[in-house]
Design a binder for this molecule. Structure first.
Ligand code: HDD
Length: 719
């Protein structure tokens, strides 16, 4: 019998580590061998007929090595190909037994190992991290009762309502088929052609055009399970649940111009950021949130809980924070872990169940199917990163790359020859029991009328944004549609935008040099079969019970920490060493990371003759990968910086991207000359000629605010 469920948390975590340990190579003090274990004597030369002769077919060592190399690549994921991942743990704060019998959510003393992979959706494996895109947020919980995968995104809704449209959506957003352009970008004709004909995508499009689609860091993104799921408790009572991840560092994004530059300067920006934070011991953390709705309240909302293009506003059902996820270990091997991990929304544990959300239902087919072509065998669950820590016993057998050596003659059930083993688990022993939902309906290809409202939550999202966020949305639409060649598609999008917000439509139209349709063009609903007249089923707009939701704006996020923020110190020989070190100490005490950037690598000498190590030269460094800039005094240092075009560009660019800038002593003159008074009254430019003690505190406050977007709206950016 499986008595693993009685084991305590540490044993579970250990089990996963041991599991991975068994497969982890350690070549320390070992000989080089072939795959058959034969020790290799010469790994430099192939076997030849004479020193200058042809290579011999006999060279099995050469052939084995080259053959393996030739087959090193596996197909990349059809979506979410580009990603980065980390190991960690999850722990619930208090038992959720009232709602669910899932043991990992009922025992606050239990630490559940997890593996989390973040990704972009559209780009290939080698594409930039900073594409405007949705981010995947997939969590594999290795629970005592089997693996539970929460395969979500950083946006709480999806483009389409029915999985049958997924291949169309992805074909439209991927590079166009005739010339494979553009990579990792939605700014092209086919994407906008499709979405303007699918008005159900409009809520998601609003999020995609917002700064949520260009996160500052994976560590500063929310995550969402999107679909409505079910919790089932020990008594078999069900309720609806939506899952959330809330980052403790807050939700922050970069500016679009910054994103495009980071893509050139450091396309691995997010991957590196995650890796370095974990490496430095600054473990990323998220709280796990749930929105719970009683079964009896299923129909009390103005939207359908089964519609994946809708959120439940937090004002209607608050998010209860019930546990914490901490990422604390980088993978040892990208391929073995991050590339081979196989998530699946159908990897469930008892106590959690699906709803009839038609997008979720279709996903339940797709994920196993895709692993067959990607990982090549139905035995993908035996790859160490995918293995359950709960014992696996069934009568499945054989197939390519089988690892398990099943013993005995019996691989069927029922059997008497194997003593009836393995046998079915009763519910009290954790046997999975599907929630018994009553169904009394016609078999139809149709979409419920309750799915027809495509605009009210798009409007709610827009109304909930700050001024700066609204401006960014206008800019994003103008950029994306500006890259669309076919004018009719731009025009069609403007027609749809009028249904969301007239001011938004007008501003975008103005930037595109087009007119907003005088009478809002009726968007045609294409969500029906050939026999339905699309005009007869126009999308509707239901009156939303709330006008604005604070939770939807990043302006209301956590702004009281500078932990893990990267601050650039610009300096040269003759720098005021005391000012530099004092600022460094105070920022690092608050959790930030500082780097000294100078005209060349090596060391600089401070005005009092002390050596200071240089982290990056101006040739290597770029402002876009930093969160803030500090220019300490020291006349000689400042004179040198004034001669350095890259130093001037550095602060200019940081200013343009609304970052906090501080200067003390003669450093103030550098800022003064560079910006010619434009920094006056700017709350995120802290200038202090006298090195006053509170400079660092004001600087820390400005960095914690993330960006001074007001600078942008005042349109006084000099760069
Ligand atoms: Fe999906 C991968 C998230 C709809 C089919 N999806 C994939 C990943 C994430 C999501 C995060 C990457 C997992 C990883 O890191 O390995 N997908 C979503 C979300 C959706 C969604 C949040 C809507 C709410 N997906 C969706 C639909 C289908 C798929 C409707 C197909 C009908 N998704 C796949 C896939 C992928 C995948 C083709 C590619 C690689 C993989 O599964 O393992 O099966």
């Amino acid at each position: 019998m499986n008595n693993k469920a009685n084991k305590n948390d540490n044993e579970t975590g250990d089990a996963k580590s041991k599991d991975l340990e068994m497969n982890r190579e350690d070549a320390t003090d070992q000989f080089l061998t072939t795959n058959q274990g034969l020790r290799i004597n010469d790994n430099q030369n192939s076997l030849k007929a004479g020193e200058r002769g042809a290579t011999l077919l006999e060279d099995f060592i050469l052939r084995e090595k080259i053959t393996h190399f030739d087959h090193e690549r596996i197909p990349e994921r059809i979506v979410h190909a580009r990603g980065a991942a980390a190991h960690g743990v999850f722990q619930v704060y208090e038992s959720m037994a009232k709602y669910t019998k899932a043991k990992f959510l009922c025992d606050p003393s239990r630490e559940t190992p997890v593996f989390v992979r973040f990704s972009t959706v559209a780009g290939s494996r080698g594409s930039t991290d900073l594409a405007r895109d949705v981010r995947g947020f997939a969590v594999k919980f290795y629970t005592d009762e089997g693996n539970f995968d929460l395969v979500g995104n950083n946006i709480p809704i999806f483009f389409i309502q029915d999985a049958i449209k997924f291949p169309d959506l992805i074909h439209a957003v991927k590079p166009e088929p005739h010339n494979e352009i553009p990579q990792a970008a939605s700014a092209h004709d086919t994407f906008w052609d499709f979405v303007t004909l699918m008005p159900e995508s409009m809520h998601m499009i609003m999020w995609l055009m917002s700064d949520r689609a260009i996160p500052r860091s994976f560590r500063m993104m929310e995550g969402f399970g999107i679909h409505t799921f079910r919790f089932i408790n020990e008594e078999g009572k069900a309720c609806f649940v939506k899952f959330h991840w809330k980052p403790l560092l807050g939700v922050h994004s970069v500016a679009w111009d910054e994103a495009t530059r980071i893509s050139g300067k450091d396309p691995d920006f997010h991957r590196r950021d995650l890796w370095e934070a974990i490496d430095d011991g600054a473990f990323p953390e998220w709280e796990f949130g749930v929105q719970i709705v009683a079964e009896a309240d299923e129909h009390k909302f103005e939207f359908d809980l089964l519609d994946p293009t809708k959120i439940i506003p937090e004002e209607l059902v608050p998010v209860q924070r019930i546990g914490k996820l901490t990422l604390n270990r980088n993978p040892d091997n990208f391929f073995a872990e991050t590339e081979q991990v196989a998530f699946h929304p159908g990897h469930l544990v008892s106590g959690i169940d699906f709803t009839n959300d038609p997008l979720l239902q279709g996903r339940l087919f797709s994920y196993t199917d895709t692993q067959l072509s990607r990982l090549g065998s139905p035995n993908f669950h035996e790859i160490p990163i995918n293995r359950s820590v709960a014992p696996v016993h069934n009568n499945q057998r054989d197939a390519q790359m089988r690892q398990t050596i099943n013993k005995g003659r019996v691989s069927y059930e029922p059997n008497s020859m194997g003593g009836g083993c393995p046998f079915q688990a009763m519910m009290k022993d954790g046997g999975f029991h599907t929630h018994e939902e009553r169904i009394d309906a016609k078999k139809v290809r149709a979409r419920s009328e309750s799915f027809h409202d495509h605009f009210s939550q798009a409007t709610l999202f827009f109304n909930s944004q700050s001024e700066a966020e609204k401006n960014h949305i206008v800019d994003a639409f103008s950029f994306e549609l500006g890259k669309v060649d076919i004018i009719e598609i731009r025009q069609r999008m403007l027609g749809i935008l009028t249904q969301v917000d007239m001011t938004l439509a007008t501003k975008v139209a103005d930037k595109l040099g087009l007119k907003v349709p005088a009478k809002p063009e009726e968007p045609v609903n294409h969500s029906f079969g050939a026999d339905t007249d699309p005009q007869s089923v126009q999308p509707t707009k239901v009156k939303s019970s709330i006008e604005k939701s604070d939770a939807l704006s990043m302006a209301n996020t956590v702004k009281d920490t500078i932990k893990t923020r990267k601050i650039a110190f610009l300096a040269a020989d003759g720098v005021d060493g005391d000012a530099l070190n004092s600022m460094k100490d105070q920022l690092e005490k608050a959790g930030a990371k500082t780097k000294v950037i100078a005209p060349k690598l090596g060391k600089i000498t401070s005005s009092d003759g002390k050596e200071i190590a240089v982290d990056e030269s101006f040739l290597i460094a770029t402002s876009v990968v930093y969160d803030a800039v500090f220019v300490p005094g020291g006349q000689q240092s400042v004179n040198a910086l004034k001669e350095e075009m890259d130093a001037i560009h550095f602060v200019n660019e940081a200013f343009k991207h609304c970052k906090a800038i501080a200067a003390t002593g003669e450093g103030v003159d550098f800022i003064g000359e560079t910006f010619a008074g434009k920094t006056k009254d700017d709350k995120a430019v802290i200038l202090n000629k006298d090195n006053a003690n509170d400079t660092a505190q004001s600087f820390i406050k400005a960095i914690a605010e993330h960006r001074n977007w007001e600078r942008e709206t005042a349109r006084k950016v000099p760069a």
